[in-house]
Design a protein around this ligand. Structure first.
Ligand SMILES: Nc1ncnc2c1ncn2[C@@H]1O[C@H](COP(=O)(O)OP(=O)(O)OP(=O)(O)O)[C@@H](O)[C@H]1O
Length: 312
């Protein structure tokens, strides 16, 4: 499935919550949605989930428009909001059954589908528990299960890791990866950028409603603008790290270098060719290099170099 967000705008009075945002991604991909508080992430996600209407622009799932055919579009997505289930006096199983009915799943199919999802989200052991008796992590899993009952090809998750303990975060990450492996497209907003870097294929970076960058992490890193002509490399010498570190600092295209354990990491002003030239020069100077690799910038670094923390 192709997801296309096209020139999306959503204005609340004078506030341009979303201001001409265009990006796309596809089945099997996990895209991180990042931006400072108030950047417009939730507003964009709610429009994608057909819970709000754009001022102008559109979102299409394989051509199906959220504006023109919201009912059809709605079946394509599972939305996990940043609020947790609030039907306090209902147990987990009843709650999931309620949503499966709402999506019109016939009885037999409902049973097997819910059983599978409960197993996948690790809810089987607590399916009889009341929602109000659940911990935050359990509620997050119920919320994910609810988003999956109609087997949507696209999953939209708004801050799913917020407030989770480290174990629950790791488990959530594994679930998201498994969903992408099944072929689902996933858009996930989070402020925990290091975590997103580990699972995301790409990112959409917005600030004050405006798109700063969108694409695969590699493409964003390579892209035009201020991060374009910068590469980071890591080298592990056979011999003194300090000697290599000093030599690196003297290289004309190296803007910064640091010793990290048994490696030297360096920022290079230039492209891949410049990195290779640098290695050639080191070898010419008879440095013995055991490892040489390009280091991918994390989302955190990309985000910091692209945003200035502006808030509306
Ligand atoms: N219903 C509304 N009425 C008026 N303004 C709104 C409404 N919903 C959102 N906004 C404004 O739109 C802007 C974007 O808000 P949004 O919740 O989309 O940001 P966000 O990126 O999800 O932020 P956070 O990271 O803090 O969750 C903010 O300035 C917010 O105050």
């Amino acid at each position: 499935m192709e997801i296309e967000v096209h020139q999306l705008k959503r204005h609340f009075g004078k506030t341009k919550a979303v201001d001409d945002v265009t990006f796309g991604f596809a089945s099997g991909q996990i895209y991180g949605f990042v931006g400072p508080n108030g950047a417009g992430k939730t507003t964009t996600m709610r429009i994608m989930a057909t819970l709000d209407e754009p001022t102008s622009g559109d979102v299409r799932f394989d051509g199906v428009s959220v504006v023109e055919e919201p009912e059809r579009a709605r079946r394509q997505i599972g939305y996990m909001p940043d609020t947790l289930p609030a039907h306090r006096d209902m147990c987990v199983h009843e709650y999931l059954d309620l949503f499966a009915r709402a999506y019109g799943l016939p009885r037999q199919q409902r049973r097997s589908t819910i059983a599978q999802i409960e197993q996948f989200t690790n809810l089987t052991g607590i399916r009889e528990k009341l929602l109000r008796a659940l911990s935050k992590g359990m509620k997050q899993r119920v919320s994910l299960a609810r988003a999956l009952v109609h087997d949507p090809p696209l999953l939209i998750m708004d801050e799913p890791a917020a407030g989770l303990d480290p174990r629950a975060r790791v488990e959530l990450r594994e679930l998201i990866k498994a969903l992408a492996d099944q072929g689902k497209a996933v858009l996930i907003s989070s402020h925990i950028l290091a975590e997103l870097t580990e699972i995301c294929d790409g990112a959409v970076i917005i600030e004050q409603g405006r798109l700063l960058r969108a694409g695969t992490l590699e493409a964003i890193e390579r892209g035009d603008g201020e991060v374009a002509n910068r590469r980071a490399i890591a080298l592990r010498p056979h011999g003194s790290v300090e000697a290599l570190y000093k030599a690196m600092l003297e290289m004309p295209k190296v803007t910064d270098a640091r010793v990290v354990g048994d490696h030297v990491e360096a920022d290079v002003e230039g492209d891949e060719d410049d990195c290779c030239d640098l290695l050639a020069e080191l070898l010419r100077r008879e440095f013995r290099i055991l490892e040489f690799k390009q280091v991918r910038q994390g989302l955190e670094q990309l985000f910091m170099s692209l945003t200035e923390g502006k808030v509306q």
